[in-house]
Design a protein around this ligand. Structure first.
Ligand SMILES: Nc1ncnc2c1ncn2[C@@H]1O[C@H](COP(=O)(O)OP(=O)(O)OP(=O)(O)O)[C@@H](O)[C@H]1O
Length: 551
């Protein structure tokens, strides 16, 4: 087991150390009493005149002790295991909630979901097997000590067997790990195809060739390569296990043959040896079969560690539910020489935003316009504090927004992105919601489709334009000072688009909101107090209240 995996297992188990220690202690007692039980049985079998009442009592007592300790140890281990799984899930979800947005966008859901679903289970499963492993180890060590009592020669022979068998297992572990890694990479690939067949169901239904390629090439190819890699790993592990068992039987056979050839081994020594070897085989095999689970846990751990490293946040305080520390009044937001670079994508040059200088004053309607791909959404993401600027800075009311205050700053905004996510419950923590929301439902002409029940929309199964109207209601109810719309009106019919630009936006402005709109609707550009025209990542012209200003 690698030191990093050991350290991680210790970290996971630390909060439950008392239960783990108790489970392990009970396991050790159970293992030792099994050894004593074997010795008692051997004694009873070889005693002149058969077993005595004392031996029978000892036997019964040891049986009860063994069973009670191992049962309690297993129950405790299971409890800890379930708690470990819950805790790891919570930890990882918390990490995702504070992870830098650009890392989340890059990591992609098809790689994230297998980590959340499979890898955590694998690591917890391994953490769970620690106590049973300790029991097996104790039984094995106890049996070896008993063998030492019986005969040194036999102990050495047994140790040699264990070392050769263990060496074979170690080798198998190293070779099998590569196959398991390949299988795990295949799982990511498969998840990607699963996503494509569910999200792209309509397109695949229409495109016969693509559908065929998806199933025959992508899904079959990936599932079969996962299958081959897992079979390869299992073949290696099972072969090594069989070799170990074979070695065991060979050694028992050899010792019996020596006895038959007239070697002077005592009958009670031989009986004890066979009894111990046959009993020890179970725990030893259990120890050996946990080797694949160590390999799997190592593969899973690397994934979780990679994810944790990528998602380590410069804003670890994000999960604190304290109210914003800064004053939430807004006078102005200034972007000063603001710049952001996407990483290089193979085959094309990286997009660079900036330097952008811009001042947004409270109560203004600001339009950000320009051709596709000129950087409008990227600018908004930096402006909202979702991407950390690589150059320049954002100033709120003249004060620089740093990492520590960035989340407070973000609380000023309500956003509807073009790829928005519609939560079906209303903004949490607001009392007046249902009455207010009903009013907005009527205002947006969807009251006949949706109602509010138990603080949630009765349905979100609506047309694209209607869903966007629901998103607008959520945004409205959040009562933040700045509203940001990324091509909100693109999915609306012409009549409602007119209502949005000529009635809703001015109404929001009258309520004192600052509004930032990304738009391609040039017929409504004149309602903007400030029109920011972008081209290739830069602001090329700016019009403030009807006057052109140099960019
Ligand atoms: N995650 C990303 N990684 C690398 N480059 C990206 C990424 N997202 C966007 N880009 C690049 O950044 C540029 C600006 O994208 P952005 O989404 O800001 O444009 P936009 O002006 O909002 O376009 P549209 O009007 O089409 O919505 C694009 O040319 C794109 O190539």
């Amino acid at each position: 087991m690698s030191p990093r995996l050991s350290a991680e297992v210790l970290r996971i188990l630390k909060p439950f150390w008392l239960s783990v220690a108790l489970a392990t202690l009970l396991g050790i007692v159970s293992g030792l009493s099994v050894t004593a039980l074997l010795a008692t049985m051997n004694d009873a079998l070889n005693r002149e005149g058969g077993a005595t009442a004392r031996l029978a009592l000892l036997f019964a007592g040891l049986c009860i002790l063994t069973l009670a300790c191992s049962t309690l140890s297993n129950l405790l281990t299971n409890r800890v295991g379930q708690k470990v799984i819950a805790r790891m899930r919570q930890e990882l979800a918390a990490k995702i909630l504070v992870a830098p947005i650009e890392q989340l966008e890059r990591y992609r859901a098809h790689r994230l979901i297998p980590v959340l679903l499979n890898d955590i289970g694998t690591i917890s499963g391994f953490a769970l097997s620690v106590a049973p492993m300790v029991i097996s180890l104790t039984v094995t060590l106890g049996c070896l000590s008993y063998l030492a009592l019986l005969s040194w020669h036999i102990l050495l022979l047994t140790l040699l067997t264990v070392v050769i068998g263990g060496g074979a297992q170690y080798l198998a572990h190293a070779i099998g790990l590569r196959s398991l890694q390949a299988a795990r990479d295949g799982e990511d690939e498969l998840q990607k195809h699963y996503q494509a067949i569910s999200a792209g169901a309509k397109e695949l239904r229409i495109q016969r060739e693509r559908r065929h390629t998806m199933l025959e090439r992508h899904i079959k190819g990936t599932t079969e390569s996962i299958c081959r890699a897992n079979i390869r790993a299992a073949t290696i592990f099972v072969s090594a296990e069989t070799f170990g068992s074979m070695l065991f039987f060979a050694v028992i056979g050899m010792v019996i043959a020596f006895q038959a050839l007239g070697s002077a081994t005592d009958k009670s020594v031989l009986g004890g040896f066979i009894l111990v070897m046959l009993y020890m085989k179970g725990p030893l095999e259990q120890l050996i079969t946990t080797i694949p689970s160590i390999s799997r846990a190592e593969v899973a751990f690397r994934r979780v560690a990679e994810l944790s490293q990528r998602f380590s946040s410069p804003e670890p305080h994000l999960l604190l539910s304290e109210p914003p520390a800064t004053d939430s009044t807004l006078h102005s937001i200034e972007l000063h020489r603001l710049g952001y670079d996407y990483p290089e994508v193979e085959g094309s040059s990286a997009f660079h935003l900036g330097p952008v200088d811009l001042e947004i004053r409270q109560g203004d309607i600001v339009f950000i316009v320009g051709e596709n791909g000129c950087g409008k959404t990227t600018l908004i993401k930096v402006l909202l504090g979702l991407y950390e600027p690589h150059q320049g800075e954002i100033r709120l009311n003249g004060q620089r927004v740093d990492a520590e205050h960035r989340d407070d700053y973000r609380q000023l905004f309500t956003t509807i992105f073009s790829d928005y996510y519609l939560f079906d419950d209303l903004a949490p923590g607001k009392q007046r919601l249902p009455a207010e929301a009903e009013k907005y439902l009527r205002r947006l002409d969807i009251a006949h489709k949706v109602s509010i029940r138990d603080g949630a929309f009765s349905t979100t199964d609506l047309s694209t334009g209607q869903r966007k109207r629901l998103a607008l209601i959520n945004a409205w109810l959040e009562e933040r000072p700045v509203l940001v719309f990324d091509e909100w009106a693109a999915d609306q019919d012409p009549a409602f688009r007119r209502v949005f630009y000529t009635e809703l936006l001015p109404e929001l402005k009258r309520q004192g909101k600052t509004i930032i709109v990304i738009s391609h609707d040039d017929r409504y550009f004149d309602i903007a107090d400030q029109l920011v025209h972008m081209h290739a990542g830069k602001v090329v012209s700016e019009r403030v209240a009807g006057k052109e200003v140099p960019a």
